[in-house]
Design a protein around this ligand. Structure first.
Ligand SMILES: [Zn+2]
Ligand SMILES: [Zn+2]
Length: 418
């Protein structure tokens, strides 16, 4: 019997997965604040007898990025809490290759609108990206692979990371040496996907997620009374012109086959209707796959924002932070994941991942070692589970948890040559 046939999720483990995911869903924690989640993870690894290290990644913030850049980009820097990253290590029966498997643990600043018994108990915080499922699945994978450790050679590293949602927790853990000693040969990860049904999975080689840059524009005019606009320089009007003009970069200056996304998700200006504010702040994100397009968009945002501001008697400071790189799946690792999927869920349930302009900080790992992120279907229209990630009604069909554990474990064993 092949070792893959022994990758099973018992009814007890399945019940545990559902219960654990619900607990995490009810107790979400924001980026870099995942200490309760990390405690749950370390408790589980301890119970399994899996070697592990806590507080990996320092305070969860990447060292190579100047904090003032992060601040200028609108990322809220948080007080040091000792870091929440956890790294578990399972050694097989003999030396061999080393595979890293990654899960992210953070939730989003969002009010949950679902009315389920397991809805978030914290107002303004919600697991709307499925990271509760990712963490749960990796804990399940730890249990399965630890149980089979006398049947494979090599080492499995289990990476539970903080701060995926904009804070580059994966980079902080990489800088803390998780890819060394033993040196990681490849890495895999999964992300839930509402575009595919529960029971289905998808994978593809090549680019799967876009680069996610952060752009922050401060427009400075002259404040004044709303009734005397000629004595003021209206910063909100200048910001509005800049906002509209920047959309033309995408529609008129980029090859339509290459494309990009420029979105300003936050604009802050003013206090009340009868005051012209002296300044306006625009915070946005740029998504691209191709470095030349990234260069063009960065340059044109700076030129257009400062040019429009100058023409309207104002000034604009543009802060552009190159942040998450594009996620490029390694073809050969993707091939191994694909064959493990076919063995586990059958070829009819294996799709090809469609590229998305979403950003993903697993890209920092994929920049350093051959890696593959695959997708796990969680949608179930019959049960009303169709909402996309980051939506206040996002939910998953929990049947996906066992599928995730089986596919991930099988892919790990296939990679290690078991
Ligand atoms: Zn997300
Ligand atoms: Zn996510």
């Amino acid at each position: 019997m092949s070792v893959i046939d022994q990758v099973r999720v018992s009814p007890e483990l399945d019940a545990w997965l559902r219960e654990t995911r619900r607990y995490l869903h009810m107790n979400p924690e924001l980026s870099l604040e995942e200490s309760n989640t990390a405690n749950l993870v370390t408790g589980h690894l301890k119970e399994l007898g899996v070697k592990h290290r806590s507080h990996v990644g320092g305070d969860g913030r990447p060292l190579m990025v100047d904090p003032s850049l992060l601040q200028a980009a609108g990322l809220k820097l948080k007080p040091t809490r000792g870091g929440t990253g956890v790294l578990g290590t399972i050694e097989g029966r003999a030396p061999g290759k080393t595979l890293l498997i990654r899960a992210d643990m953070d939730a989003l600043p969002l009010d949950e609108m679902n009315d389920t018994p397991y809805r978030s108990t914290k107002s303004g915080v919600m697991h709307a990206c499925g990271h509760d499922a990712h963490t749960t699945i990796l804990m399940g994978v730890a249990e399965v692979l630890n149980g089979l450790r006398d049947q494979f050679d090599g080492t499995v590293k289990l990476m539970f990371q903080p701060g995926e949602e904009g804070y580059a927790g994966a980079l902080a853990m990489a800088e803390d040496g998780i890819l060394d000693d033993p040196k990681v040969d490849a890495a895999i990860a999964l992300h839930v996907d509402n575009q595919i049904g529960v029971g289905e999975v998808s994978v593809a080689g090549g680019p799967v997620c876009a680069a996610g840059d952060i752009v922050n524009i401060t427009v400075r005019g002259v404040g004044g009374h709303a009734a005397y606009p000629h004595f003021a320089v209206d910063s909100t009007l200048v910001a509005a012109h800049i906002l509209v003009a920047l959309q033309d970069v995408v529609s008129r200056e980029i090859d339509p086959f290459q494309s990009a996304v420029v979105t300003f998700g936050a604009i802050d200006a003013g206090t009340q209707s009868n005051i012209i504010p002296a300044s306006a702040e625009m915070r946005g994100t740029v998504r691209v796959f191709i470095p030349e397009v990234q260069d063009l968009v960065e340059r044109r945002i700076k030129e257009i924002a400062t040019g429009i501001a100058a023409s309207m008697r104002a000034e604009a400071d543009v802060n552009y932070l190159r942040w998450y790189p594009p996620l490029i799946n390694d073809d050969s690792v993707a091939e191994i994941v694909h064959s493990a999927m076919v063995e586990t869920v059958g070829a009819e349930n294996v799709k090809e991942t469609e590229r998305t302009f979403g950003g993903e900080d697993f890209a920092f790992i994929a920049q350093r070692v051959p890696a593959c992120m695959f997708r796990l279907g969680i949608a179930n229209p019959d049960r009303g589970i169709t909402y996309s990630m980051h939506h206040p009604r996002f939910d998953i069909d929990e049947d996906a948890l066992a599928v995730g554990v089986r596919v991930m474990s099988a892919a790990a064993l296939r990679y290690l040559g078991a």
